[in-house]
Design a binder for this molecule. Structure first.
Ligand code: SF4
Length: 387
């Protein structure tokens, strides 16, 4: 057994009784009902996350400790993104034109209570590791797919050998240009990032890793060290963050998280609205809160630290970006914009003559006379005559 496997096995919390013993029975007044909540989704908190809990109810606790609110289902659904409808063979979701999701592992180091895929994650029957072959064949046959994202569960909980076998097999498929791994291991189990793992991963470039951090406290020295090892192996690192009530629905918390990610060589990629999943509704914030958080990033910190803010559309519509409104007025003559401080600025549209010259500029930069049959200059569609 590798050292990281031993740490996960021996030092994680994986029963309610262990939670009670660690934090005290006064924090679990209705243990019977809480067990129902815990039974609805796999439960484990890895040592790195246990160590980060400062007090019951804090942002780390909220992400991993079962909560009675998970039993209050209002309009949440099991498969909120309609992934199963887009699954042509086990382990594969193929929704977008040129990329596919490959669920390679059923297990995670810690189980996030807000997990969108909680209907499957933790259950080896629902993410079967014995049926990779049909997934490989599907990817081989679909030449339009150029980008495969390994997910699960967490693919980095596979052994080095198994992960290497999967990546090597994918690398033999010529039309797959890019491989990506989605993993919360750098946060949940930084001990997993070993020199041997990095040596193995670097053989499969171009390989990207999208990790997942939700709170600045999660960027511990061990996590930053692990991320640095991955970056040193030449792997571009991105981060997906979920906007969660009581965890990071605050401008200052989110800004610090993005800044710490960037300092750890991770490019923030997405902030997701929490999906409409049964048992997860107490994590949802309003759209206005999300826009406020994103507006508190743009202009107030490096552009590199500002990710796309998206809703993964219910029922399988895919990721749709949301942006605060910066356009005050748009006419044929000008656009009036407001900057991050709320100050207004005017940018003039090109005049008709300018637009004609721009439209008639050759690729080498030379100006090509643009004339109709009459010999008069052609009028560019949609451009108003200047007054
Ligand atoms: S690590 Fe990812 S897949 Fe695993 S429980 Fe958390 S959100 Fe779900």
């Amino acid at each position: 057994m590798a050292e990281w496997q031993r740490i996960l096995k021996e030092r994680s919390l994986s029963t309610l009784q262990q939670l009670v013993d660690k934090f005290g029975p006064e924090h679990f007044p209705d243990l019977g009902r809480l067990q129902h909540a815990a039974d609805n989704f796999e439960f484990r908190i890895s040592p790195a996350m246990v160590d980060l809990i400062k007090e019951p109810g804090d942002p780390i606790w909220r992400q991993y400790v079962p909560d009675l609110q998970e039993l209050d289902v209002v309009d949440g659904v099991m498969d909120s993104l309609g992934e199963d409808a887009d699954s042509p063979v086990p382990n594969i979701t193929h929704r977008y034109p040129d990329r596919a999701l490959f669920l390679a592992s059923p297990v995670c180091a810690s189980y996030c209570r807000f997990c969108t895929r909680r209907r499957k994650v933790g259950d080896p029957e629902k993410i079967p590791m014995s049926q990779y072959e049909s997934a490989f064949r599907y990817l081989e046959e679909h030449v339009e797919i150029r980008d495969v994202i390994l997910s699960g569960g967490d693919p980095m909980l596979l052994s080095d050998r198994r992960l290497n076998d999967i990546l090597a097999r994918l690398r033999r498929i010529e039309h797959l240009e890019v491989l990506r791994i989605g993993s919360r291991v750098p946060c949940h189990l930084p001990e997993r990032i070993t020199p041997e793992l990095c040596e193995m991963l670097r053989k499969h470039h171009p390989l990207y890793i999208n990790t997942h951090f939700n709170h600045p406290d999660e960027l511990t020295p061990a996590a930053v060290r692990g991320l640095s090892m991955l970056a040193d192996a030449g792997i571009p690192l991105g981060c997906q963050t979920v906007l969660l009530r009581g965890v990071n629905d605050d401008v200052d918390v989110m800004k610090l998280l993005m800044q710490k990610l960037l300092a750890a060589r991770v490019r923030p990629y997405y902030i997701y609205m929490c999906d409409n999943v049964a048992g997860v509704e107490h994590f949802k914030t309003t759209i206005e809160k999300g826009l406020e958080v994103v507006e508190g990033l743009r202009g107030w910190t490096s552009g590199l630290a500002v990710p796309h803010f998206v809703i993964d559309a219910p029922g399988g519509g895919g990721k749709i970006p949301l942006t605060p409104e910066y356009v005050v007025r748009l006419t044929d003559e000008e656009i009036v914009l407001r900057n991050f401080r709320g100050e207004q600025y005017v940018w003039k549209q090109p005049r008709e003559d300018d637009a004609l010259v721009a439209a008639a500029t050759g690729t080498d930069g030379s100006v090509v006379p643009l004339r109709g049959k009459s010999g008069k200059p052609k009028k560019k569609r949609g451009v108003r005559k200047s007054r």
